[in-house]
Design a protein around this ligand. Structure first.
Ligand SMILES: [Zn+2]
Ligand SMILES: [Zn+2]
Length: 162
């Protein structure tokens, strides 16, 4: 039985008793300093064995998540108010609901306060998603509903189950 190939190349260079990740060593040599723990090294072409310096990029943990989970941190979103595609700021990719236009923000706030009616279909989807582990905050932004409305949808189910 052969061991599964590790995800990255390791090296003992510089510290014979402790192996380290080769791509981190390569970047640290290029920068002539040690890499901090919050500096991740991303393999641009996706090949984790391609440690050509051109294929390596230092990124923050958040940037790294965005690269590897584009569904959760999409580069483009559709505004929940005007329906236009927009590009959220890097740090707001997950949370952004509107394009940021004044009218759109107002529109969403009005919707939240008016307790937009929850359709039965959406309530079912919300309950399923909640059971599947999706957080209420994520559901609230996905359906542009208030957190209270999301809780109402989830609680209906509990009553129905009794
Ligand atoms: Zn990566
Ligand atoms: Zn908009």
């Amino acid at each position: 039985m052969s061991k599964p190939r590790p995800k990255y190349k390791w090296t003992n260079e510089g510290s014979p008793r402790r192996s380290q990740l080769l791509h981190r060593l390569i970047v640290s040599k290029k920068l002539r300093r040690k890499l901090r723990k919050d500096e991740f090294v991303h393999h641009i072409n996706g090949d984790t064995y391609d440690n050509d310096i051109e294929n390596l990029k230092v990124v923050s943990p958040t940037e790294h998540l965005e690269i590897h989970c584009p569904q959760k941190y999409p580069e483009f979103k559709t505004c929940a108010a005007c329906g236009k595609n927009f590009r959220p700021a890097v740090t707001k990719r997950k949370r952004a609901v509107t394009c940021g236009g004044k009218r759109c923000i107002e529109q969403i706030l009005v919707d939240r306060h008016s307790h937009r009616k929850l359709t039965k279909r959406n309530a079912d989807i919300i309950r399923e998603a909640y059971k599947g582990g999706v957080k209420t905050s994520a559901l609230a932004s996905a359906f542009t509903l208030s957190r209270a409305t999301i809780y109402r949808a989830i609680n209906c189910q509990i009553k129905g189950a009794n």
